[in-house]
Design a protein around this ligand. Structure first.
Ligand SMILES: Cc1cc2nc3c(=O)[nH]c(=O)nc-3n(C[C@H](O)[C@H](O)[C@H](O)COP(=O)(O)OP(=O)(O)OC[C@H]3O[C@@H](n4cnc5c(N)ncnc54)[C@H](O)[C@@H]3O)c2cc1C
Length: 473
């Protein structure tokens, strides 16, 4: 009874600072915010709020802090580690209404946006003005810039242009005490004080709610060539990756797909089909880009020669924009296709790129040892291999049992031995926190927890994530 009374009190408080339609408690809205793209997990929030200004976000956070109610920032819910899951109930804070591109500053090659802007919408708006925002997660058609910042998202172009953090200059953030602060300045270099901006990038909504993002932009690279290179040996495809850089080529895309990933995606995506011989085990999808067409073409030809010399069978050159788009559509939709095929757990392993062949071999060896099947694909140029462990015909007991967890732990231990870490771009969120001890020493984990405690003494913001509940034990 006490709980219900308390809930009514904080709901009344929320209704006093937000428009009526911005506080929802109906089951449909709550259920729409109880999941992201992580496995088949669901956690129902008690209320969903839709603030439209930083001041409204601040008012929500102050009420939550006063009543001790958990707040989970929720954007497009495309996350793959469960960061947006309201695992402790409470308030789901949607960024849906914070969705304006506030300024594209052509003279300074910068832009200021609200966090709910969809990545591809922003990309196109910049392109119209000859400007380029490179971070392009495969989910760019739906994921938001706020979600991208909170996870430090990558994408196919990261191999040449870097991940989200490389573009964020300054952030407006609502802290867990409801204060609104700017973390830096709108400048290209900044050695003034602690780098708060980069502390918030990748913090998964556990330290503050981002309400404005200032990013730097580049001139749009007008020309690109896309190639698809089939290999009879998946490990050989992985081995080519570092050789491409050793030959002096920095591709603007270098993606790896195992045969099953491509086959399942072709079945799932209408109207895109690529002839693949029976012996093909994997493909590399490669792209080069630039401003001078001749130079880009020469680089593409050099790339094709190199991959053929290293074992690719017939290299397919995309002949038109529509062929290029079709190839990228296939790659971008692999995740969805795997999910359609079976429930899966996605491990976001990353190693120094020369270690990719050893990583792939280890995935298959450990899978055989611990009884799981996997399909692998990912941003090979970054050494980032998404290992999709498919449930297939595993029983629920086996899927949720200790052996699979041990297998994942063994995989992450191998990743560490190879010099890598447990997430390249999908974050720790809810599902990877039990493996954090493999990534950091106790002292390094305690340093992170000390930051969390200092900023969020009541553990209001996104509790139950990134192993941060341990900061309060
Ligand atoms: C098909 C598919 C392909 C994908 N491809 C890629 C890829 O290539 N590269 C990649 O990096 N990821 C990829 N992802 C994962 C996912 O799309 C990204 O992590 C994306 O950045 C999540 O954005 P979102 O808007 O969906 O955020 P959500 O999933 O809603 O939230 C993500 C996290 O951000 C926090 N958050 C959201 N907004 C804010 C805010 N304003 N302030 C503070 N915290 C906030 C949430 O609490 C949560 O912890 C893919 C996912 C899918 C389903």
């Amino acid at each position: 009874m006490k709980d219900a009374e308390d809930t009514e009190k904080w709901l009344d408080a929320l209704r006093s600072v937000l428009p009526v339609e911005a506080v929802k408690v109906d089951h449909e809205t709550r259920a729409a915010h109880d999941h992201d793209e992580t496995e088949d997990l669901h956690f129902l929030p008690q209320a969903v709020v839709f603030p439209a200004t930083p001041e409204e976000v601040a008012a929500v956070i102050k009420i939550a802090a006063h009543f001790g109610v958990p707040v989970t920032p929720v954007a497009a819910q495309t996350g793959l580690s469960g960061g947006a899951l309201p695992v402790k109930g409470g308030i789901a804070l949607s960024t849906q209404k914070l969705n304006r591109i506030l300024d594209i500053d052509v003279a300074n090659f910068q832009a200021t946006v609200e966090p709910g802007v969809i990545n591809q919408v922003f990309h196109e708006a910049c392109k119209e003005q000859g400007m380029f925002y490179p971070p392009d997660p495969s989910s760019w058609g739906t994921s938001t810039l706020g979600g991208n910042v909170a996870y430090n998202a990558g994408g196919p172009k990261a191999v040449k242009y870097g991940v989200t953090s490389a573009y964020v200059l300054n952030l407006e953030v609502v802290l867990p005490n409801g204060e609104i602060v700017w973390t830096g300045a709108n400048v290209l270099k900044n050695s003034t004080g602690y780098n708060l901006t980069q502390l918030f990038v990748g913090s998964e909504g556990t330290l503050g709610v981002v309400t404005k993002i200032v990013v730097r932009l580049l001139p749009y690279p007008r020309h690109s060539y896309t190639l698809l290179a089939p290999f009879e040996s998946a490990e050989r495809a992985c081995a080519v990756v570092s050789k491409i850089f050793m030959a002096g080529i920095v591709p603007s895309g270098l993606e790896f797909m195992e045969r099953d990933a491509l086959d399942w995606t072709m079945r799932y995506v209408d109207g895109v089909s690529i002839p693949t011989g029976p012996n093909i085990a994997a493909h590399l999808l490669l792209e080069v880009d630039g401003t001078d067409e001749e130079t880009v073409l020469r680089e593409a030809e050099k790339l094709a020669e190199l991959v053929e010399a290293e074992g690719a069978t017939e290299v397919l050159f995309a002949q038109s924009a529509s062929e290029r788009d079709a190839l990228w559509k296939l790659r971008r939709r692999v995740g969805e296709a795997v999910k359609k095929h079976s429930i899966y757990k996605e491990e976001d392993t990353v190693v120094p790129r020369a270690a990719l062949p050893q990583l792939l071999a280890a995935v298959k060896r450990i899978g055989a040892e611990y009884g799981f099947k996997s399909v692998c694909y990912g941003h090979a140029g970054d050494g980032n291999l998404h290992v999709n462990i498919v449930k297939g015909d595993l029983t629920d007991e086996a899927w949720n049992g200790p052996l699979l967890k041990e297998g994942i732990r063994a995989l992450f231990a191998e990743v560490r031995t190879l010099g890598g870490t447990i997430s390249g771009e999908h974050g720790i969120g809810y599902v990877q926190q039990e493996y954090l001890d493999l990534a950091f020493s106790n002292a390094a984990l305690e340093a992170q927890r000390a930051i969390k405690r200092a900023l969020d003494p009541k553990n209001i913001l996104n509790p139950g994530k990134m192993g941060m509940d341990k900061a309060y034990e």
